[in-house]
Design a protein around this ligand. Structure first.
Ligand code: PHB
Length: 385
């Protein structure tokens, strides 16, 4: 009798032990699956899953279990949505989101609960600024980065005055501020800053204002469905014939099929481009096209893909044991990510230090035409780590 008890106790212990070693890492996607940024969320998830598939369905030998919440790019619902993943689903890792306002609330919830967060898009400067934290990383950019890279490009073209136009929320403000900072440093002047509420697309009155202000150029931040409409309206108004449209690359990324000829010739700056023609990027694009033939391999897909690479770097360092948070985070922070965009490392604040490409819309491509800013690091103003 005694022997049987011992055996079954041993069996239970073995089962428990095996269970612990094999417990799946719970990954929570908080992304927009509806609204103007719906396609961006889908591309991010695609990219993440693609990298995991390429590793045979595991990261660092660990199975992953996915949980999803549609955040609707709605900041008002963000704390509740974040807590669905954190408290209800008890995820080990958060991956989200696209919209800067939603990401601010998500970052706060992640920090409060001490859950590691990888942001696969939202550029809110504050997250890798005053709100920076050892457990928060970005696989994307800060809003400042692409904007700042465009200022000298515009100045070199001989533009002396510019008008900025965007949605009135963190991403728009910070992107246009970045542009203003470097454009004015290079001798230009931003003469007007036009805004409308997110995600509105009634651009006509603002386009009329641009026509009467007659700047040398217009710099803009729009993305997703709103960017499609803005580029079409700008062309329909005829302004594209006289006042060149510049933007952070989100204006034309993942949107060119829908924008058609209206986007022709637009110059943008971004940490990804078409036509990089590196073995790494070509392999990524072939793999993405095979898996998702109906979607372009855009910047959002790359950011999702790299979020998975960052998680893998962390998991490898702790043999898949997500409970070793400090060691996992230190490994993510120290990683060099072999991204389709080109290799990058992370700043102390957790933001990619990366090349920002100058791109020109040619056909349905954001063709790489040079590097606008080499190894650009966000200044991480206000971050104390
Ligand atoms: C943002 O809100 O930070 C944001 C949204 C969409 C983009 C880029 C930035 O394409």
């Amino acid at each position: 009798m005694k022997k049987i008890v011992t055996h079954s106790a041993l069996a239970v212990l073995l089962a428990l032990g095996a269970g612990t070693a094999c417990a799946a890492v719970k990954v929570g996607f908080m992304l927009p699956y509806s609204g103007t940024y719906a396609k961006l969320g889908e591309a991010i998830e695609n990219g993440f899953r693609l990298y995991v598939m390429e590793q045979g369905g595991k990261l660092a030998g660990q199975e992953l279990e996915y949980f999803k919440v549609d955040d609707e790019s709605n900041p008002a619902k963000a704390p509740e949505n974040a807590n669905r993943l954190i408290k209800r689903d008890q995820v080990d890792i958060l991956v989200g989101t696209v919209h800067s306002g939603v990401a601010m609330a998500l970052a706060k919830a992640a920090k409060d609960a001490d859950v590691t967060l990888i942001i696969p898009n939202a550029g809110a400067d504050a997250i890798t600024g005053p709100l920076c934290s050892k457990g928060i990383f970005r696989s994307s950019f800060s809003n400042w980065q692409p904007g700042y890279a465009m200022g000298p490009v515009a100045a070199k073209k001989g533009y002396k005055t510019a008008v900025t136009i965007t949605w009135n929320y963190a991403a728009g403000k910070e992107s246009t501020n970045g542009f203003k900072e470097s454009f004015e440093k290079a001798g230009g002047k931003v003469i007007e800053h036009l805004t409308l509420p997110f995600p509105k697309v009634e651009f006509q009155p603002l386009l009329t204002q641009i026509a009467s202000l007659k700047p040398d150029a217009v710099y803009t931040f729009f993305a997703g469905g709103g960017a499609v409409k803005f580029v079409q309206d700008y062309a329909a108004s005829g302004l594209n014939q006289t006042i060149p449209l510049l933007g952070s690359g989100f204006l034309t990324d993942g949107t060119l099929e829908a924008q058609g000829d209206a986007a022709k010739g637009i110059l943008t700056t971004l940490h990804y481009a078409d036509g990089l023609d590196t073995p790494r990027d070509n392999a990524f694009r072939a793999s993405y096209a095979k898996q998702y033939p109906d979607m372009p391999p855009d910047v959002y897909a790359v950011q999702g893909y790299d979020a998975a690479q960052m998680l893998e770097a962390g998991l490898k360092a702790v043999n898949g044991d997500v409970k070793q948070k400090d060691a996992m985070r230190a490994a993510i922070s120290a990683a060099t990510i072999d991204s389709p965009r080109g290799k990058f490392t992370l700043s102390k604040a957790g933001n990619p230090i990366q090349d920002i490409y100058l791109r020109e819309v040619q056909g349905h491509k954001n063709q790489d035409i040079g590097i606008a800013a080499k190894a650009l690091a966000d200044p991480a103003r206000g971050c104390r780590l």
